[in-house]
Design a binder for this molecule. Structure first.
Ligand code: NAP
Length: 287
């Protein structure tokens, strides 16, 4: 059987390293492959998933949104967020879409960050696909407030609108939107928060200057759990600045492993060997 990661580009992904180890450990005859897919081939690659011998796929940048329209069924949570990262092929050849980033984020914060989301206040930087999963996860887990700080406001307000429409942002906690350029408001929101999440690519290897932070370091305080969804490098400038003032830090690796484990469980119906997957992911990143 085959499973693939559909995206463009995908050649640097570490998903094969930890997914293949999990299939092998459970004695499952599955190969996890990289299916680098230019846009003009996306619909034929998705069609190909309907064939015998395919179990499903992961989906990554830039197709998490567009792929929804190519599937037979989309889980309500993934539909509300507007992003699918996991496709499951059913025995009749039909395709179902899920979003496992949501649970991946919640598990990472609660298990590895040792911070309950229930009653928490969060500041979130960014308003892209990952930010959508973060807001949904935080609200579903009972967060009191999420302040989305974005350099462009329309994508951030669209998150609030979509989550309200899907019943996720109704009465479950307050969500507000602040311009990232409004330093006073961002700093004030951070003072009242216990968790900061960076869902922008600022600080990622290969994305701009190596020492940039998505918010000034003097906005941070030592009571914060600072979570960067980036895992390359494992200690981003933001995480280094947070650690320097005594705040707790969490990089994106736990979320990556948990979303992968949740996808594994969707494909196989078996419990994922999470600790093995974590170790293999760390080895693949050389950390
Ligand atoms: P995306 O959809 O492209 O969204 C990126 C967001 O960051 C957008 O809101 C974008 O704003 C903002 N942004 C980009 N450059 C910025 C800058 N210089 N200053 C301020 N904001 C900026 O990407 P994504 O899929 O959400 O991914 C975001 C990050 O999360 C990436 O680093 C990705 O690797 C990471 N991620 C990690 C995991 C995990 O499992 N650990 C899962 C998913 C994603 P504009 O709209 O204005 O461009």
């Amino acid at each position: 059987m085959q499973i693939g990661l559909i995206g463009y580009p995908v050649k640097h992904s570490i998903s094969p390293a930890f997914q293949q180890a999990a299939f092998d450990a459970l004695g499952l005859d599955v190969r996890y492959e990289l299916w680098e897919t230019p846009a003009e081939r996306l619909s034929s690659v998705i069609q190909g998933l309907r064939q015998e011998g395919r179990l499903g796929a992961n989906v990554t940048i830039p197709y998490k949104q567009v792929v929804l329209g190519l599937l037979d069924r989309v889980d309500p949570l993934a539909a509300t967020i507007g992003a699918v990262n996991t496709i499951v092929r059913r025995p009749d050849g039909s395709l179902e879409g899920y979003n496992t980033d949501v649970d991946g984020f919640v598990q990472a914060i609660e298990a590895d960050g040792r911070m309950p989301l229930q009653g928490a206040q969060l500041v979130l930087l960014g308003a892209g696909g990952a930010a959508r999963a973060v807001v949904a996860g935080a609200l579903r887990a009972g967060a009191d407030a999420v302040v989305i700080c974005a350099r462009r406001l329309p994508p951030a307000t669209a998150i609030v609108d979509d989550l309200r429409r899907g019943g996720i942002a109704n009465g479950r906690g307050r969500v507000r939107v602040v311009a990232l350029s409004d330093g006073l408001s961002v700093a004030e929101a951070l003072r009242e928060s216990q968790i900061l999440v960076n869902a922008t690519p600022v600080g990622m290897d290969g994305h701009g200057p190596a020492d940039t932070l998505p918010v000034p370091s003097d906005y941070l305080h030592e009571e914060l759990l600072v979570c960067d969804l980036i895992y390359r490098p494992p200690a981003t400038p933001l995480l280094r600045a947070a650690a320097a003032i005594g705040a707790r830090t969490l990089n994106g690796l736990p979320m990556l492993v948990y979303q992968g484990a949740a996808a594994f469980e969707r494909w196989t119906g078996r419990s994922a060997p999470i600790e093995l997957m974590r170790r293999k992911a760390q080895e693949a990143l050389d950390v």
